[in-house]
Design a protein around this ligand. Sequence first.
Ligand code: HEM
Length: 483
Amino acid sequence: MKYTWKVAMETLRTVPPIFGSFRTTIKDIEYQGYHIPKGWQVFTAQIVTHLDAKFFDDPRKFDPARFHNQSSIPPYCFVPFGGGPRMCPGNEFARTEKLVAMHYLVRQFMWKLCSKEEIYRKDPTPMPVLGLPIELEAKCPSEYARTKRNKVRSSIGSMAATVAVALLVAILTPLIVYLVRTRTRPPRRNLPPGSLGLPLIGQSLGLLRAMRRNDAERWVQERIERYGPVSKLSLFGAPTVLLAGAAANKLLFLHDALAPKQPRSLAAILGRRNILELTGDDHRRVRGALMQFLKPDMLRRYVGKIDGEVRRHFAGRWAGGGGGVVTVLPLMKTLTFDIIATLLFGLDRGEIREQLAAAFAGMLEGMWSVPVDLPFTPFRNGLRASERARRILEATVREKKANLEQGKSSPSDDLISCLVSLRDGDDDGRQLLTEEEIVDNAMLALVAGHDTSAILLTFIIRHLATDPTTLAAMAQGKFITTD
Ligand code: HEM
């Protein structure tokens, strides 16, 4: 089990699902002698420290053993889950999910890549363009042959086609604000080196092109070589400072003058009370509530449910046909959706879950689209899909509440039951989170935990297809159990 997680961490180091983090300065800040004005973006890319030879020997080599002694890795160098007060609260959940899924994969299947030449890109998360088709062979075909083939939903659609448009919108909207500001602001000194580039475009197209070529790491590295670890540029319509290094990661994660920044379309679809929109006491309150369910010692309660979903999936699409070609990424997306629906929303398989899956696919499309609310646009469709998802989740909240009141369920059954049961200590039993907050954050958890987890599993499988030594070591390891 420990070794499997090291393999996952090494995959997260070399192919982090989240390329980097953006923040916005809410007041002027000084960093390494440079001035970063209020309203500018700050950006760090995880891969910069993940592939830095100062922190990781032979950084391009895939070597899970480097995590044997984690304390030897300096702080803020390995940051796939972010850091500080906004560090991913789902990391323990993600860990459990990977361990259970890899347990069954490694024990039950052998596989090889259908195409060694498959192209990868960032869209904006890393992904194989063909979805990673593999040739699969069940090690114990009889066990699966007996299992009736499950009807697995078609995968949730990729958002690739809409990302470029979304980024262009992201350029246009803040750019107007930026142009107005830059014209009215007094001259500044000690700005970081670099150029803000052409109006409107800045360096966004260069970065987008590099992401599509799966070459964004080099793009960032070349800027660092040219200008140093602090440089200015313009990304997605806003003046931005690119920071590199462990100290930069720490600054981004911890500085209280840096606020989170999300595209407008995301807030519109997820709701204005989702945790990414909240700051200060509101952020702490909602995060504390989520952690009640996502904290490590809740693990024992939900590992069995994850196990059930994983078994059902692998017995279905993966092994139902006794092997053959399967495409990993869409199957992993379906798996991670189902795990979240079961565990976080307490939604059993059936019509309602299918409806939520369909609404979620529409939401994803709209989330990365031009935030213009006109008929037939992806954004309008996304808003409609979000309303449908919201209605399902609102009904789920009402049902969980009634079940708790009648003693038919327990707060630890699922995330929604947990959130509904939490009370504000200072008040007369008032619910800690409003219903709007519960629904918005349930939707956010689905979005935050779905693609990231599916991508990590996909890249672990891709790596293992070409690394029999690591695969053999994993197969011998002790895995998590449902006891
Ligand atoms: C491999 C899987 C995952 C990765 C790599 C990942 C990565 C991240 C990162 C890097 C951040 C911080 C972003 C920033 O500060 O800019 C984050 C935040 C977050 N993640 Fe995850 N995540 C994963 C899985 C999950 C899961 C399964 C859930 C939910 C069950 C989840 C829920 C969240 C939430 C709610 C936040 C926002 C936290 C806040 O603002 O306080 N994540 N994640």
